[in-house]
Write a protein that binds this ligand. Structure first.
Ligand SMILES: NC(=O)c1ccc[n+]([C@@H]2O[C@H](COP(=O)([O-])OP(=O)(O)OC[C@H]3O[C@@H](n4cnc5c(N)ncnc54)[C@H](O)[C@@H]3O)[C@@H](O)[C@H]2O)c1
Length: 469
């Protein structure tokens, strides 16, 4: 069955965007809202989004009219009777969704496919509230739907053969990249992303580095489009908290228990951008780099190239230096500072309990790197946040939940990451990540930080990349 007419229920942030995506691809859309006021807000979302596209020269005015002409807006669900597919995008409350699906099941023709855009509720449970569970799937679009290319197509154990594939084909027709996965809390993207964000909130609570320091390491150092706290503010701390709860409910992995700091901020009404204040306040200026310090004598243990570059910059090596830089090694003594270079732009600087960070931070600035002061904890910030995420991706693949290419594509397209986790793992080096995980595991004794058996297996076999099918 080729899908030609589509219903979208709920025209909020997501639904309005989803209706636009279908109409742009030439499908007829019936958009349903709860009442007239919400319907006119939904119409507003749609018209503004298309208006912006026209202003930017990305859409001709007559195309906008044609797209709007394909969308019929109503408050009457009965108008969904002829739809080949209905996508639900109402609020994330199970009782609302099951009541709606029960009703859609009665209204829609028996062969119609019913889809939910839920981020975290079990699709299987939503399917079970209908008399056609085999034709109910998840179609998880990302925000903003007209821009983000990823769609997670979620099939359940009772989905009829061919239905998920048909939805994947439809997603391609919309210009999207589908990833077909099973019904596990968080699917691919939220399952890998949210625990990383939660972990960042825990590192902040433990005082391993500051909010700005952690965001700088991940953005400027690791090359991600945003630091974890800027991203938490964008997603919404309440939404993030709820997704963590759902993940924890399913996995009972204590790393998935929401960080207490998130709960506190949510309770205080600091929800992120939507409330004007989250981890960041409304008008906070980015932190200014302090002025450069005076030249120092130095010694480097563990990185000859770094020593050479500091000499080239005019600093003198000395047996009893002002600063003793330990690259990748624990710093314990007086004036000893552990340094970890992250990407091209950042240096994590972690002084021993007998030392201060300033001298080493100045040296890093001279080399053009932003210093981020950390407490000396395993993995400092970058590795502590990145390596468990990479390990989770390996375990996800090894569990048979999703393929390597799918996981990589999901994280690139769903989060705007420059590379997927397997691509990152291979470019950092399997052994280096494994060794970093061992260090994290030895310190935190967190079972999930133990290197995934598949990672150990590949290294033992002498491989430097994951075999692609
Ligand atoms: N916001 C995101 O970033 C995002 C991303 C992916 C998925 N999702 C999921 O998409 C769904 C919708 O989220 P949202 O952010 O668009 O919410 P939203 O609150 O912006 O929009 C929900 C809309 O549904 C309407 N609605 C409520 N009950 C209805 C009913 N019975 N019939 C018709 N319309 C009804 C509301 O009037 C509102 O306009 C949720 O399941 C959410 O988890 C959200």
């Amino acid at each position: 069955m080729a899908v030609e007419s589509v219903g979208v229920v709920g025209l909020g942030t997501m639904g309005a965007g989803i209706a636009e995506v279908f109409a742009r691809a030439g499908l007829d859309v019936v958009g349903v809202e709860a009442d007239e006021a919400a319907l006119s807000r939904g119409r507003g979302h749609l018209e503004r989004s298309l208006g912006r596209a026209v202003e930017r020269g990305k859409l001709a005015p007559d195309e906008r009219e044609a797209i709007l002409g394909r969308v019929r807006l109503t408050t009457d669900r009965a108008e969904l009777a002829g739809a080949d597919l209905v996508v639900e995008a109402i609020p994330e409350v199970m009782a609302f969704k099951s009541a709606l699906f029960d009703d859609l099941d009665r209204i829609c023709k028996p062969e119609a496919i019913l889809a939910t855009n839920t981020s975290s509720l079990p699709v299987t449970k939503i399917a079970a509230s209908t008399g056609r569970p085999g034709r109910v799937v998840g179609l998880h679009f990302f925000n903003p739907a007209p821009v983000m290319r990823l769609v997670e197509v979620v099939r359940t154990v009772v989905t009829e053969p061919g239905v998920a594939e048909e939805m994947a084909e439809l997603a391609r027709r919309l210009g999207k990249t589908p990833v077909v996965v099973g019904d596990r809390a968080g699917f691919v993207v939220n399952r890998l992303l949210l625990p990383y964000l939660n972990h960042a909130a825990l590192l902040l609570e433990q005082g391993v580095a500051t909010r700005d320091g952690i965001d700088t390491v991940m953005r400027q150092g690791a090359g991600l489009p945003m630091g974890p706290f800027a991203l938490l503010d964008l997603i919404g701390l309440d939404t993030s908290y709820e997704v963590m709860e759902v993940l924890y409910d399913e996995t009972r992995d204590r790393r998935h228990a929401p960080a207490p700091g998130l709960r506190e901020l949510v309770a205080a009404g600091r929800l992120g951008r939507k409330s004007g204040h989250g981890f960041y306040g409304p008008e906070e200026a980015p932190a200014q780099a302090p002025p450069k310090g005076t030249p120092l004598t130095f010694r480097v243990v563990g990185d000859d190239e770094l020593a050479g570059r500091l000499e080239a910059a005019g600093f003198k090596q000395a047996a009893e230096p002002d600063v003793l830089l330990h690259v990748g090694l624990a710093a314990t003594g007086e004036r000893e500072v552990r340094v970890n270079l992250v990407g091209e732009g950042v240096a994590e600087v972690a002084p021993s309990l007998h030392a201060t960070a300033e001298g080493a931070a100045d040296l890093m600035r001279v080399l053009g790197r932003t210093p981020v002061v950390c407490r000396q904890r395993a993995g400092l910030v970058a590795e502590a946040l990145l390596y468990p995420y990479l390990n989770d991706a390996v375990r996800m693949y090894d569990s048979g939940y999703a393929g390597i290419e799918d996981i990589d594509a999901a994280m690139r397209l769903g989060c705007g990451y420059p590379a997927g986790p397997f691509e990152m793992l291979e470019s950092i080096g399997l052994e280096r990540v494994r060794d970093g995980l061992r260090e994290l595991h030895a310190e935190y004794r967190e079972p999930a930080y133990a290197p995934a058996p598949l990672l150990e297996e590949l290294i033992a076999a002498g491989l430097t990349a994951f075999p692609r099918r």
